[in-house]
Design a protein. Structure first.
Length: 401
């Protein structure tokens, strides 16, 4: 389990990516769970206004990830883009701290933070390039381990904030922390990110125009695979939406059960992710993704049914095992689709998330309109398994050609 850490610890670029992913994970774990409460309870936004903020953030985040990814490939200026996007992490928190009103909150969350989110894809582009000079058999394990490191801070950060808020702290206390994390991220990028044109690995300019790069990403075989993976990601998004609602609607359950279930899931996912490299290479990747999607579908589909019973806690085992696969392997798969365009390959992750959000919203709306949370969860589970199966079939057909 510890073997994938060795090349990361020995390689300065991979070590930098690992530290930055831990810090970025801590930032996400600090900011993500409390954005809706900040919007509605602190800055008095209406539900409809906050929905518009989320929609704008989603569109800008995907557009920025794709645009910055293409620019990084075109000009091979990954350090400059990383500096720009990490500076936005600082700016977003500083703006809300300075203004402390709804207008600054909207600007920060609808525009600045979505622009900064592309640093996530750039970190994996850096990791992929740095891993390219390591033995090919080690590369999938390296990338899976780095993804696990992004999840690791959630285990420590969420309980700390739970204690802080239980002692009566205001929600806005998160902003000095996110500002500090942003400064640390920017400083590490500034000091340690490899200089463009002076890396130990080849990173030539793509030579493609912006339009040609977009056409390459919109190629039907690539786009169909992104949509298939988006169906799997939709199950993850639907779990985050349904879980709290299911426990809240179940007699004898409540917010404490929601936190406990999420904590157990996150706690189990990390060791499963670290153990995953033992399977990589032995099991075909699309088959592994299908198995992971099936395990995650079991957890999602049965969650509303077993919530009133003590057996619900057993679902965290297949959920975490499946989550370890569906949160790591699609990322490597997407980057391999455009293996000679690391930035654009990383941008496909943003398109996958957009597709996942769309599937999640559709299944939730349809399921709750017809029957309730049970149908919503079951629909999301079925769609995820179908998406994984479609991905497997597409790759099998491509292998025969």
């Amino acid at each position: 389990m510890l073997a994938p850490f060795r090349p990361i610890l020995r390689d300065p670029a991979l070590r930098l990516a690992a530290v930055l992913l831990v810090l970025f994970g801590a930032h996400a774990a600090t900011m993500g769970p409390y954005v809706s409460a900040l919007a509605i309870k602190v800055f008095d936004l209406s539900d409809s206004t906050f929905s518009l903020v989320l929609m704008a953030a989603s569109v800008i985040s995907v557009s920025a990830s794709v645009g910055f990814g293409i620019l990084a490939d075109q000009r091979a200026n990954r350090r400059g883009i990383a500096l720009c996007t990490s500076a936005m992490v600082i700016l977003a928190s500083a703006l809300v701290l300075a203004g402390d009103n709804a207008t600054f909150f909207i600007i920060a969350n609808a525009l600045i933070l979505p622009l900064s989110a592309s640093i996530f894809g750039q970190l994996f582009a850096l990791a992929r390039l740095a891993a390219s000079i390591h033995p090919e058999r080690d590369r999938p394990a390296i990338l899976s381990t780095l993804r696990a490191l992004f999840a690791l801070p959630w285990l420590a950060v969420l309980p700390i904030w739970a204690v802080v808020f239980d002692h009566g702290a205001r929600l806005t206390v998160i902003y000095p922390v996110t500002l500090t994390l942003g400064i640390a991220i920017f400083a590490l990028v500034l000091v340690f990110w490899p200089r463009d044109g002076a890396t130990r690995w080849p990173d030539p300019k793509s030579g493609l125009t912006f339009r040609r790069s977009l056409q390459e990403m919109a190629n039907l075989p690539i786009l169909s695979r992104v949509v298939a993976l988006g169906a799997i990601n939709g199950a993850v998004m639907l779990y985050l939406v349904v879980m709290g609602l299911v426990f809240a609607a179940t007699p004898g359950r409540g917010a404490g059960d929601t936190a406990l279930y999420a904590g157990i899931m996150a706690g189990l996912e990390v060791p499963f992710m670290l153990a995953l490299p033992a399977l990589i290479g032995r099991v075909e990747r699309t088959a592994l993704i299908w198995i992971g999607a099936a395990l995650y579908a079991i957890h999602l589909a049965f969650l509303p049914l077993l919530a009133p019973t003590p057996y619900v806690w057993l679902l965290t085992v297949p959920g975490a095992a499946g989550g370890a696969v569906v949160l790591t392997q699609p990322m490597a798969y997407l980057q391999d689709l455009l293996s000679n365009r690391p930035g654009a390959g990383a941008s496909l992750m943003a398109l996958q998330k957009l597709a996942g959000d769309a599937f999640s919203a559709a299944m939730f709306a349809l399921g709750t309109a017809l029957a309730g949370y049970e149908l919503a969860a079951a629909s999301g589970a079925i769609v995820a398994v179908i998406g994984a199966g479609a991905l497997w079939v597409m790759d099998r057909r491509a292998a025969r050609i």
